[in-house]
Structure formats: structure tokens, C-alpha cells
Design a protein around this ligand. Sequence first.
Ligand SMILES: Nc1ncnc2c1ncn2[C@@H]1O[C@H](COP(=O)(O)OP(=O)(O)O)[C@@H](O)[C@H]1O
Ligand SMILES: [Mg+2]
Length: 239
Amino acid sequence: MMTEHAPVLAADRLTSGYGEVPIVRDVSIRVGHDEIVTIIGPNGAGKSTLLKSVFGYLPAWHGRVLVAGDDVTGLTPEKLVRRGLAYVPQTNNVFPRLTIRENLAMGGFTLTNGVKDRIDWVFELFPVLAERPRERAGRLSGGQRQTLALARALMLEPVILLLDEPSASLSPKMVETVFASVIEINRRGTAVLMVEQNARRALAISHRGYVLANGENRLEGSGSELLESDEVRRLYLGE
Ligand SMILES: Nc1ncnc2c1ncn2[C@@H]1O[C@H](COP(=O)(O)OP(=O)(O)O)[C@@H](O)[C@H]1O
Ligand SMILES: [Mg+2]
């Protein structure tokens, strides 16, 4: 049932995995309108698997996925895109042989018109892309490529963006640029659910966060609560 106050996205006691092995077990998360929510946790905790399950790449074995209160469990990624979800995987998130502009046009593939206007909108948001629209994505730096992946995901005006480690393998300066982009995207009205290794920086810009360990909910709280938690500081912030 659609309700005004339903979170834009929720996983409700979700279990999923590969083959016979459950990886994500009984996990619940929610993302409110206008929120940035970060999931942290050790390598192999199931963070990427959770995002893939939410986005319909893996079936839910138990539990549900809800978008604005509607049960969307089992819908394909294509259908979830129509419900306002966008997903940026950690790698292979642009078409390297296509230009920046072509990548963006592909991102807007279901727009019947207005592709050009939307490209102009993302160019205004990311001037670094506007400077070189004909450059092939494969020739961009890591940070520029990640920016293009964010821009492409924004082409269909998603309600919520799912980001898998957007700052992975970027230089410290580019990490700041990508997080600044996430803040700006959110400021313009898109909710963000991201998985991050860079826990300190990610939690610092997040309204709320979750710690996933062993495929299960371990901790949750506001970004600042998690940054101050002894367990988070010891295990994830190296303090
Ligand atoms: N395609 C796959 N097939 C089988 N097992 C996988 C696959 N992808 C990941 N796994 C396993 O699932 C577990 C969680 O992986 P992942 O969700 O990628 O963790 P995280 O993103 O938290 O590092 C790991 O044990 C990993 O080996
Ligand atoms: Mg991962």
C-alpha cells in the first residue's frame, strides 16, 4: 500500500544468496525521502549482494523489498528502474567504447523526449563531463569515469540511487569530489543508498548508516552515532 510516510526504499527481513548459500540473512534497512544512507561492513559481509538483491539481480529467498510502501519483491531491474531506482555497480559501470554523450544517451534510453535537456542538466551538475562530451569513457581517469557513472544513473531522474563503493580505488582528492557529488545529488532531491569501504568519509555525509557483518544487521544509527560508536571506531575506522 502506498503511504505518504513510507520510506522510499526498504528491505524487510531480506534473505538471498548464490546457489544454495545464503549470504544476506534476514536484513532490514530503510531509506527515507531525501536521505543519504551508508552501509559499511567488512569485506565479504554481503554488502554488494544486498544491493544486487534489492535491485532485482538476485531473487529474494525470504523477505520483501518495498518502494514507497509498494511490495516490489521479484521485479526485474528494468521494472525497478521504472519505479525510480538506479544502480551503479562498483565496476563496469560505463561503456568504455562510447563517448560521454553516448553513455548519457544510453542512460536515458527510456526517455521518449527530453534526452538532450536531461544531458544538459547533468552537464550543468558535472562540468567536468561537459568539457569533453566526445571523449570515449575508456579514456577517462578513474574519478571522471565514476562521475560519468553517477551522471548516467541520473538520466532517468531516479527517486533513489544505489551506489556500490563509489569512491573505491580513487585518489583522496577524487574521493572528495565524488562525495561532494553525492551530497549535491541528494540536495537536488534524490535519496542515496551507498555501500562504502571509506567508512569515515561516507558516514560523515550520511544521515543514517548500517553496519552489516556476516550477512546480518549488526548496528544502525545516525551517521554521527556510528562514527562515535566504539565498535565502529575499533573495527572500521582503525582507531
Ligand atoms: N557471484 C557470486 N557467486 C557466489 N558467491 C559470491 C558471488 N559474489 C559474492 N559471493 C560471495 O558472497 C559473499 C559476500 O560477498 P559481497 O556481497 O561481494 O560482500 P561485500 O560487498 O560486503 O564485500 C562472499 O563470501 C563472496 O565470496
Ligand atoms: Mg562489495
